[in-house]
Design a protein around this ligand. Structure first.
Ligand SMILES: CC(C)(COP(=O)(O)OP(=O)(O)OC[C@H]1O[C@@H](n2cnc3c(N)ncnc32)[C@H](O)[C@@H]1OP(=O)(O)O)[C@@H](O)C(=O)NCCC(=O)NCCS
Length: 162
């Protein structure tokens, strides 16, 4: 059975395992590298979990999404989404869409939010399609924004107005 929910702080090891797995299976999809994150402290994993949702298959985390609100006076109407990931063994079954739907629902509970923004490697075609299907549009492109190995990748900025 698949469910989408938050995880309590004491399950931080599972959140860490999924994230490090993501950085290994899809290094070009994320701005952070495995090496940067493998030694993060327990408190940092727990801090991150507060803004994350997880897709659980028989209670095992197999997908995740993070959403954040800004506390800046001039930017607190913008929510941001990042760290979207579904374990390759569970892809193509609607989990990514479910994670995004759940995150958008929670974001919309914050009545001051007028738009949701995210960045995505333009070569992550499935992710780009997923975001488009959920109403996100490309509003910009950052050339050579990330470098993995010897290759540069452009990132798209995508936004959804609420
Ligand atoms: C992007 C990702 C989260 C999608 O997860 P998923 O569970 O496989 O996605 P879903 O099954 O919910 O599919 C949702 C939509 O994505 C698109 N999609 C899914 N699989 C696809 C494929 N093989 N080809 C093209 N589009 C596809 C479709 O629009 C689909 O909607 P539809 O089924 O109504 O047509 C997953 O592929 C992933 O983790 N990729 C690597 C990490 C990544 O790129 N993260 C984004 C960081 S910004």
């Amino acid at each position: 059975m698949i469910e989408v929910k938050t995880l309590p702080a004491e399950r931080w090891r599972e959140a860490r395992e999924l994230r490090l797995h993501a950085l290994k299976t899809d290094p070009i999809a994320f701005g952070a590298s495995y090496e940067e994150e493998e030694n993060l402290a327990e408190a940092e994993w727990q801090r991150r979990m507060k803004s994350a949702l997880f897709a659980l298959s028989d209670d095992k985390p197999v997908g995740t999404i993070t959403y954040l609100f800004s506390d800046r006076v001039k930017g607190k109407h913008v929510a941001r989404i990042f760290g979207v990931y579904v374990d390759p063994n569970y892809r193509g079954r609607g989990l990514g869409k479910k994670l995004l739907e759940n995150a958008l629902e929670l974001i919309q509970e914050n009545k001051g939010i007028v738009k949701v923004q995210l960045m995505v490697n333009q070569e992550q075609y499935v992710a780009v399609e997923l975001y488009k299907s959920m109403g996100f549009v490309v509003v910009g492109q950052m050339k050579k924004e990330i470098k993995v190995g010897e290759r540069f990748y452009d990132e798209l900025i995508m936004e959804k107005m609420l």
